[in-house]
Design a protein around this ligand. Sequence first.
Ligand code: BV8
Ligand code: ZN
Length: 262
Amino acid sequence: MTEVERAAAIMAEQAARGMPIVALTGAGISAESGVPTFRGAGGIWTQHDPERVATIRGFREDPARAWAFHQQLRRMCRAATPNPGHLALAWIEVALGDSVPTPVITQNIDGLHQAAGSRDVLELHGSALRVRCTACDYRSDDLPDEFEELPPHCHCGALLRPDVVWFGEMLPEATIRRAHRWAEAAGVMLVIGTSATVQPAASLPVVALRAGAEVIEVNPEPTALTVMADVALPGPAATMLPALVSALGDHLSGETLDVRME
Ligand code: BV8
Ligand code: ZN
């Protein structure tokens, strides 16, 4: 039995018991959509100092500089389309139907899971596509990518900011609470494309393991989680996840789930 088949058998068994199949994703699942990862070769943090562009202090120091970075990020996210990895997760949701919860907890801010059709996406770090006011409760996810002047201002006169969670900022309370609950309830946690370095997201797989979930990691590189995972699938998400879904199909209603990923 290959590791992909073993992972599929674990998912099928947990799904048959109605146990949630919870995905936790990081920047790696969007790599094959052309959105660069943050760490590792060519990562965003090798070209930009997160202190200056991804902290509230850096924003306050020079909002135009932070906005120039985020404007670039927004452009890349807007230009990206879901890859077979995103589509495979949306397929799992369809294939398992309403009787098995399949939430997607993501650290990503690119909106690609929603674009792929996943319906229960928890955005731990917000969205690069959404903008909010630093003073009033204005929020929008359809402002133009190119603002005439940087930094952009709200109609109330205050500065606008990307609706993302910067380092040192709290995650949206309700979202991280729900993510914790899913980690505790999970039958399986698929941990895909994350270096498992940023807290508190990186603690979710440990919460799941402690609560008795089986953890399947999809990542071409080993991470701190790999030794703890029940199955490690060492490859890119856009290849591994469709293979996993096809193997899962062999277990569901007996025929191969023909997951055509065009
Ligand atoms: C918080 C928005 C409470 C950015 C991001 C000391 C001082 C202050 C804080 C801390 C501290 N020590 C720890 C902390 C907490 C800090 C933290 O964890 N720091 C780390 C770096 C040590 N966390 C926080 O600050 C969080 N808030 O804790 O508040 C608090 C407050 C004050 C003090 C203490 C606590 C907020 C965290 C959120 C930060 N915002 N993004 C923006 O857009 O402006 S984080 C950033 O990292 C992205 O969101 C990203 O998603 C996230 C995690 O990275 P990954 O997704 O894992 O991506 P990465 O590039 O790292 O890895 C990619 C992986 O994919 C690799 O493993 C690679 O092998 C793999 N891969 C590559 N290709 C593929 C692939 N996998 C599959 N397929 C492929 N094809
Ligand atoms: Zn305002």
